[in-house]
Design a protein around this ligand. Structure first.
Ligand code: PA5
Ligand code: NI
Length: 194
């Protein structure tokens, strides 16, 4: 994002609880299956979706709040329902570049899980429903999975200076993947790690 406005005054945006869209947003990113291709274990299913029109899996609206001596970002992600093969739609997931940077995620709508994992392999899954707020400590990679039949949207708040490091998650994924088995979300060991 370029030309982030600097203001030392209080700033508000307006959030719509029915859509998960707030305004004004200063930036909008779309992540399509082509952006996430390496994240899913079923590569044949990925290829099929690429040929079928490369759908949007999630979108993120951002509003950075920058003052003369601070930075803070608001990001609202709308993660659409669906699966790639039997693996539920999910965000890419990332570590923060800076080792001292946490984040707050607030689930507003939908259901699923927040997956978290350290570089040492400590893995957690937080069950998410509307109203769940999770503090993500520094040095925990984080990814959201939508296991419901409706859009899942959540608010993220973090320092812009935290930075996003996608490389480790892109290479290895998380310890477990969330797949549909017998019509239910089920955790299984990540086939890419075996
Ligand atoms: O800063 C965050 O953690 C979020 O705003 C995420 O960037 C957002 O949910 C999209 O996920 P990812 O960055 O892993 O694609
Ligand atoms: Ni983050």
């Amino acid at each position: 994002m370029q030309n982030i406005p600097v203001s030392d005054l209080p700033t508000s945006v307006q959030f719509d609880f029915t859509t998960g869209i707030f305004a004004p947003a200063l930036d909008l990113s779309e992540r399509r299956i082509s952006d996430l291709a390496e994240m899913y274990y079923d590569q044949a299913a990925v290829q099929k979706m690429l040929q079928g029109g490369n759908p949007v899996i999630y979108e993120i609206r951002y509003h950075p709040f920058v003052t003369s001596n601070s930075d803070m970002s608001l990001g609202v992600t709308r993660l659409f329902p669906g699966k790639v093969g039997d693996e539920y739609h999910m965000t890419k997931g990332h570590f923060h570049e800076r080792l001292d940077q946490p984040e707050i995620y607030f689930c507003i709508h939908g259901e699923g899980y927040l997956l978290l994992e350290t570089r040492e392999g400590d893995f957690r899954a937080e069950r998410w429903q509307p109203g769940t707020i999770t503090h993500i400590p520094p040095q925990w990679a984080h990814r959201v999975v939508n296991t419901g039949s409706d859009v899942l949207f959540f608010v993220a708040s973090y320092h812009i200076a935290a930075g996003h490091d996608y490389a480790a998650v892109a290479q290895r994924g998380f310890a477990q993947v969330v797949v549909e088995r017998d019509g239910k979300p089920t955790f299984v060991p990540n086939p890419r790690r075996q």
